[in-house]
Design a protein around this ligand. Structure first.
Ligand SMILES: *Cc1c(COP(=O)(O)O)cnc(C)c1O
Length: 404
């Protein structure tokens, strides 16, 4: 086994903190999920810069581990995958009516599948594909209750009829039909069963209209773990491939999944303060006895939530120590206790990562602010450099530093 590593962003020497992404966790998670789902096709969802993990690196690791589709929200993300040389099928589902015809032409030319959820969207894409002389591959989206993108049931027959006409004219290929569930993160909710029934009816109508969609897809992470009967031809996995909990009752570890992302920062100052010392703005925390404090040079400009004050811990010197006082823009304090416990400047604090290592998880941090791990990892600022460990596949750009 080879060990590859590369780095993006700020050089090591001026590091205030670092995001480490263990790409072997991504590949192991993809393999575990592929074993678990009966779906013959597996889409790795890499929207939002792969949930903050790094678009291209995650996409390559997921594909190498057996994902055969990639999913993004925006077309620009899908095209970035193509520019990086990735040729696997890609679906982009956030159709932007404001997109220029150049970018849509670019998508068709580069075999990026697009999701369409209205007759107006279909006309726009069909018009551009006609001009190009190449059919656009599309997935029609049913709004099964989320009331976000997609066509409602009453508009569905118009959409499939228009899609069929465009297919017959050679300017469109309907490769998929899909929906996203309103209770995607609550698998047992009866709304899901009703939505899946509506979806099956929509597929039936599409076939009646003459369409032959290869790929029916509905499930995201929580339903992949909890509702194999919703797998259809493909599942779309986001949170689970990053090793985060897709629902409160689903512990990733129970499914052999582990977080890929760890945020660390050095201790840059350790000081002893007497009892009665106010810490950080407005003295929201006051020491009740002499304490040792350590300064961590990350703050809300780096994506550390302000609300974490007094509610979460970092792993430092083999212990978990609480965040104390208000988180500032670039720095926060942790409370080491009545003794420094051997912690000194230059030691590494683990903010969150793999709970197996004793650190808090991003899900713990999410729970501490009344949210979830996905919000924590997504808000980590791009200014923090990402370091990639990828032990079990050949990095095509090995030795060449990546530029974020
Ligand atoms: C984000 C998203 C997913 C992935 O959801 P997870 O819960 O992260 O697995 C799947 N499908 C669509 C349409 C999405 O927007």
């Amino acid at each position: 086994m080879r060990r590859n590593a590369h780095q993006t962003g700020t050089p090591m020497t001026v590091l205030s903190g670092q995001v480490s992404v263990d790409l072997s966790a991504i590949s192991d998670n993809v393999r575990a999920l592929r074993r678990l789902t009966p779906a013959p096709n597996f889409m790795a969802v890499v929207k939002g810069n792969a949930y903050g993990h790094g678009l291209v690196d995650v996409a390559q690791a997921a594909l190498a581990a057996g994902a055969n589709w990639l999913g993004t929200a925006q077309l620009t993300e899908a095209l970035a995958l193509r520019r990086a040389g990735i040729t696997a099928p890609v679906l982009s589902w956030l159709y932007l009516a404001t997109a220029s015809s150049e970018i849509i032409r670019d998508a068709v030319e580069n075999d990026v599948d697009m999701s369409l959820g209205s007759a107006a969207q279909l006309d726009a894409v069909a018009g551009i594909a006609k001009g190009l002389g190449k059919p656009a591959a599309v997935h029609l989206e049913l709004d099964s209750g989320l009331s976000r993108g997609g066509a409602r049931a009453e508009d569905w027959s118009n959409l499939v009829a228009a899609a069929r006409r465009a297919e017959l004219a050679g300017i469109l290929t309907v490769r998929g039909i899909w929906t996203h569930l309103a209770w995607a993160d609550v698998p047992a909710h009866p709304g899901n069963a009703a939505a899946v029934n509506a979806f099956e009816e929509a597929v039936r109508q599409a076939r009646e209209a003459g369409l032959e969609p290869e790929l029916r897809h509905v499930s995201s992470s929580a339903n992949i773990l909890d509702r194999p009967e919703f797998a259809f031809d493909m599942v779309r996995a986001g949170l689970a491939i990053y090793g985060l909990a897709p629902a409160d009752h689903l512990d990733p570890a129970d499914y052999g999944l582990r977080p890929a992302l760890t945020v660390t920062a050095p201790v840059v100052l350790v000081k002893k303060v007497p009892a009665g010392t106010g810490v950080s703005y407005e003295h929201q925390a006051i020491t009740h006895e002499p304490r040792f404090l350590a300064l961590i040079p990350l703050g809300y400009a780096d994506g550390i939530p302000k609300g974490i004050s007094g509610r979460s811990v970092v792993q430092l010197g083999g212990r978990r120590v609480p965040v104390i006082g208000k988180v500032c823009m670039d720095q926060f304090m942790v409370d080491l206790g009545p003794e420094a416990g051997g912690v000194s400047v230059g030691d590494t604090a683990v903010l969150f990562g793999d709970p197996n290592s004793g650190a808090a998880s991003a899900d713990d941090w999410g729970a501490a602010i009344g949210s979830h791990g996905d919000e924590i990892i997504n808000r980590i600022a791009p200014r923090l450099p990402r370091a990639y460990e990828c032990p079990d596949y050949e990095d095509p750009e090995d030795g060449v530093p990546h530029v974020a």
